[in-house]
Write a protein that binds this ligand. Structure first.
Ligand SMILES: [Zn+2]
Length: 269
């Protein structure tokens, strides 16, 4: 018994420096963290108030988690005209999927995007979706974002007066708020046809950019505007039409061949 007590005492004595060391480490960490918090508080207290943007559109259009750290910027509005983007300038391996019109609406389209883990920006025109705006609520629920493709999808819109173009663009924004509760911030012209007048009309309707594309997929055929392969930041255009799933399959094949993952345009802007 005595022997045992002696052994225990010795053990305690031996472990004393260890205990003291641990206490010191814990103390150091505590003091260090305290100092860090103090410095952070000081710095943030000194930081100036952020300047609110002049246009009342949120800086990031979606709050979905982003895998990449977005490093691209939209060119600014110049002379009251929104810029056009076909590709985001980035070295990160991303592509952006956009799907237009809303002419063909099959029940399993949302599921097909979901099972392939794809998020897309949908440029819809009221002319196509007014008969069944409910159909696209499933897309909104899944995290896709609906943007502005005009009321009437008039392919000659860009040749007409600015008042008409404004009515087509602003009118569709109002319509989308009514249908889905979100005001769009991006615009695609019908047929991709636009002039400086269209860019002005889009700006007056609070659009941030006209969105073009670097490649299209139609009925299973991929067409590149340049080269034979997607590049980082490319925007790709598909349509809601018969053969939609084939087009999605081609999209998946071509993005994986180029080593790109799909992210949502709105997460980057
Ligand atoms: Zn269209």
């Amino acid at each position: 018994m005595v022997q045992k007590t002696a052994t225990t005492k010795r053990q305690i004595a031996q472990s004393k420096p260890l205990l003291v060391g641990m206490v010191l480490i814990v103390l150091c960490i505590g003091v260090g963290a305290g100092a860090g918090v103090y410095v952070a508080n000081y710095l943030f207290a000194q930081a100036p108030e952020p300047i609110p943007p002049s246009v009342s559109v949120p800086r990031r259009l979606s709050k979905a988690p982003v895998v990449s750290e977005p490093d691209a910027v939209i060119p600014p509005i110049v002379d009251g005209m929104v810029p056009e983007i076909q590709r985001l300038e980035t070295k990160q391996p991303v592509a952006f999927l956009t799907i237009d019109d809303g002419g063909v609406r099959q029940p399993d389209f949302p599921q097909y995007l979901r099972q392939n883990n794809l998020k897309a920006t949908l440029f819809l025109a009221n002319a196509f979706i007014e008969k069944d705006p409910k159909y696209f609520r499933a897309f909104v629920r899944d995290g896709h974002v609906i943007e502005n493709h005009t009321l009437g999808h008039d392919l000659a819109m860009s040749t007409k007066p600015i008042a008409y173009q404004q009515q087509q663009i602003c009118g569709m924004s109002d319509q989308l708020v009514e249908y889905y509760g979100r005001r769009p911030a991006l615009f695609r012209a019908p047929g991709g046809r636009y002039t400086d007048i269209t860019r002005r009309a889009a700006q007056q309707c609070n659009m941030r950019a006209i969105v073009g594309w670097k490649a299209t997929i139609d009925y299973g055929v991929m067409r590149y505007q340049e080269g034979t392969m997607l590049k980082p930041g490319d925007i790709v255009l598909l349509h809601f039409r018969d053969g939609f799933k084939t087009d999605i399959d081609v999209y998946i094949k071509e993005t994986s061949r180029a080593g790109l993952r799909t992210e949502l345009l709105e997460d980057w802007l």
